[in-house]
Design a protein around this ligand. Structure first.
Ligand SMILES: [Zn+2]
Ligand SMILES: [Zn+2]
Length: 355
């Protein structure tokens, strides 16, 4: 029985022996690869066709088999951090741009992986390894931390054994799933907390929208109803005060207190007095309801949560009697017109509600 501390032990964890094994027909001496005591159980080291069972004593088997558990704990903490940062970062800061949001979430998910890669578990006295004591290396040799085991292994197979720096490959490929998950999840979290607001500018000049001193974006003017009108901006969810300013003159045009709903789509038409907006649902394939259903958008803030799945923005739906639309279903449009030219149903109801 060899005493690892005197005969087989190596000083630094990385300083060991490299053995050029012939492959899966290698003869492995039944001594512990870590402390050179009697080997009682083997741990499989896989490398394609060159699978080899490395023997360990009972005491060393504990640390040799701990790698999978450590990787599992790493993956779990990585997933938890990745999900938490992806979904909850906007609660910490409203003003974080998407790029920073993704970077921080991926960084947080990567911290446990980096710790697993760079922080070694402590090696106990009398042991030559804190994890596995023999493992395949990139150059195809078997890296061994115990010189006694390495020498016996080389002699049994009549191959070379030379001193070398060896490093246990600790990271499994699947540990990188959580940082990748954060790459996909962070934009979803950002979108949920920063819902879209389509802004139409019916004034004669370019406007800028500001939120708590920060410019959300600028919107070019558009007078007539047009599917391309306005701009879609991201606004943090919650009770917000939005300031509308002239982009060239810097003069404040209006200020509204609105509720921005997480995950919803919104329409904002600042300074649009005299213009009416309405939802227009056109039903297809039903004889009894050929006229579109109209629902006016009312309120002095000119800020609305609009239903999911608006099919047409600022244009009429295709006529109900058009061929190919007779199979049924409905389309939803958002329309606008000067109130004196809007359908009477929307105009009158809009007026009565805003009074
Ligand atoms: Zn041992
Ligand atoms: Zn050991």
């Amino acid at each position: 029985m060899a005493d690892s501390s005197s005969t087989g032990g190596v000083g630094a964890a990385e300083l060991g022996r490299a053995v050029a094994l012939p492959g899966d027909r290698a003869v492995v001496p039944q001594i512990c690869a870590c402390c050179a005591a009697d080997g009682v159980r083997g741990v499989l080291e896989r490398r394609g066709a060159s699978d080899v069972f490395i023997p360990y004593c009972d005491a060393c088997l504990l640390h040799a088999a701990s790698g999978f558990t450590r990787n599992l704990a790493t993956a779990l903490s990585s997933v938890l951090l990745g999900v938490a940062f992806s979904l909850a970062l906007p609660l910490w800061s409203d003003a974080l741009p998407l790029g920073w949001h993704v970077t921080i979430a991926v960084g947080a998910a990567s911290v446990p992986v980096a710790m697993r890669a760079f922080l070694s578990p402590r090696r106990r006295p009398g042991h030559t390894a804190s994890g596995r004591a023999a493992f395949w290396q990139f150059d195809g040799t078997l890296g061994c931390t115990n010189a006694t085991f390495a020498t016996a292994l080389a002699r049994a197979n009549s191959v070379e054994c030379h001193p070398a720096r060896v490093r246990e490959p600790r990271l499994a490929v699947w540990l990188f799933c959580a940082p990748l998950l954060a790459v996909a999840l962070a934009p979803l979290g950002y979108g949920l907390h920063n819902p879209r607001v389509r802004v139409v500018n019916l004034s004669a000049e370019r406007i800028a929208l500001r939120l708590e001193g920060r410019t959300l974006g600028t919107v070019m003017p558009s007078s007539a109803e047009s599917p391309a009108a306005g701009a879609v901006l991201r606004v943090p969810a919650g009770e917000r005060t939005i300031t509308v300013v002239s982009d060239e003159r810097g003069q404040v045009l209006s200020e509204v207190r609105v509720t921005v709903v997480a995950g919803a789509m919104h329409l904002f038409a600042p300074g649009s007095d005299g213009t009416c907006f309405w939802l227009e649902e056109t039903l297809y394939g039903r004889v009894d309801s050929e006229a579109p259903r109209l629902e006016p958008l009312t309120g002095s803030e000119r800020f609305w949560v609009v239903p999911d799945g608006v099919d047409t923005w600022f244009a009429p739906n295709p006529p109900a009697d058009e061929d190919g639309r007779s199979s049924g279903g409905s389309l939803l449009a958002i329309r606008q017109a000067p109130c004196n030219r809007a359908p009477s149903a929307t105009d009158e109801r809009a007026k009565s509600r805003t009074k």
